[in-house]
Design a protein around this ligand. Sequence first.
Ligand code: GLA
Ligand code: GLA
Length: 686
Amino acid sequence: MTKFHRTYTTKANFMLHGGDYNPDQWLDRTDILADDIKLMKFAHTNTFSVGIFAWAALEPEEGVYNFEWLDKIFDDIYGIGGRVILATPSGARPAWMSQKYPEVLRVNTARVKQLHGARHNHCFTSPIYREKTQKINRLLAERYGQHPALLMWHISNEYGGECHCHLCQEAFRNWLKEKYPDLKSLNHAWWGPFWSHTVTDWSQIESPSPIGENTVNGLNLDWRRFVTDQTIDFFENEIIPIKEVTPEIPVSTNFMADTHELIPFQALDYSKFAKHLDVISWDAYPAWHNNWESTADLAMRVGFIDDLYRSLKQQPFILMESTPSLVNWHQVNKAKRPGMHLLSSMQMVAHGSDSIMYFQWRKSRGSAEKFHGAVVDHDNSLDNRVFQEVAKLGGILEKISDVVGTNRPSDVAILYDWESNWALNDASGFGLKTKRYPQTLQTHYRTFWEMDIPVDVITKDQDFTSYKLLIVPMLYLVSEETISRLKTYVASGGTLVMTYISGIVNEHDLTYLGGWHKDLQEIFGMIPVETDTLYPNDRNAVNFNGKSYELKDYATVIQLNAAKTEAHYVQDFYANTPAVTSNVFQKGKTYYIGARLEDDFHREFYSGLINELAIKPAASVKHGKGVSVQVRQSPECDYIFIMNFTEEDQTVVLESAVKDMVTGEQLSGDVVLEKYQVRIVEKEKC
Ligand code: GLA
Ligand code: GLA
């Protein structure tokens, strides 16, 4: 359970509102730059991320610098009471650099060296790129470190991707040498004798490639770990001068998510990266009003990922980018309908954001993102619908600044693990398209979201002991260390839920021998003896509490020891055998869900646990489907966000009197929320 204290992640005690500002695209239009400063006030914006892709403007020729334009931007923003989040420019580099130092260019998996172009594509090992990055970062820190507008550092942009050049190969081999004492242990971990893949010299090791080695699971897993570590190493190199010159200014880098299903960014293990950051920030681009799911379904997925990114540091996060209207890179780029911008932004705040920031402040006139939504459109008009919605939101953010720094205590945690997902996806087995680990976690999260019960989505090295209920779906890869921590958690009174395809391999992706790990056998009182994988159209069912629930994709055949059967299978060769089991272990209890079951099963199953463990929603507001109530709490007050994610009016019933933080009205009893309406109310605890 997170505490009630406030954590100001930046020095600001107000909600940050603003976004990426790219004046370097407009340096020949001083009229436009002057308009920007005027419009920023009208938009009720206060914070701007500057310089993200400005390297060519800052250092037009090697060693020739031009900071004057940025000096003026800093002063102008500060002049209207604004703040700057200053970016390091490593996300894109000037052409002169690629031309003069080709080692900064990436080599792809097929060992093809890339040409200069686009962005986010530097070699993360190149000593020259590291040196150049440090140099410009030091100059930025020295020049702006004492500027009163400087609020935070935005290191690079959306780190991702990988490089396979000879420098990276060497770095990978050195990383492996640190990890494994000798080749014998490496060969054991990678199960080398299989297909004669035993390595007899470190120099034989190459990163995975479609034209080379791509079947050794242990190698693939270690490569993914290396990519995370090398990216973090690059980041650490970037911040050396920054921490030296401006130790008091917090550092962040913007994390990402997949847009279609809002699953966490897959290529980097953010649970490791988070430890190197002062503040978590992320870029959220949900496809609102899409044609494949309801608004409420999408809102649930957004809630899940917000709860993950907030839980990475158990403190508020910064929404670094979002769009006020539409993006330009979906298949169809639909505008947010009136009201959706306010609603979707407030959901971010409700789940822990202390900001609403955009990409970008002003729409570019040319090149790749000229049709991406922005606060200021090509019309340069404050009468623009989008501009007006942004300004309205800004006014509201000013009224809810008391929320800044508050958190969301939770009795329930769901465990998400990047490494396990990599290993599971790389495993040839099960159903190749039906594994869907992050999406499976979302389905477990759904019941809690629908019941307004706060959830932390935590990672394996975080503390488990403060949660009444810990849910660990599909944890395919799990180390002995984590198993032992799970055991301690249950022994000391925790309730643990695990599912099919859990505890299969250790941290080297080597399967556990002897059925299942003996500690898991002990705490669950059963052994999963077979995992049956079904074709996508196959259906079976389980019988639970006298009702039948649909099953698809996966079913585990269970050998019962001390455990009790909670549900059994209805059909197939395992009909009438246990599908869901429970077991009392020392002071705690465990549940094993052997099959992939429909949402109604989760509703029924988790409602039982919620009652048994006396887990409560953070606010008592009665409502129908599609309304979400999320709460942030300070020692003095509960800040309650009541959000209508449906296209109809919804009546909610407030069980105690509260004050609307925006209108000042006292509210109680029945309140009607229009389509997409949100109300933010406060309830004093005294
Ligand atoms: C082929 C190969 C075997 C094995 C099996 C797996 O038959 O010869 O080595 O890979 O496929 O089905
Ligand atoms: C990412 C990038 C931005 C911009 C937006 C567009 O989040 O960080 O520079 O390209 O996408 O949605």
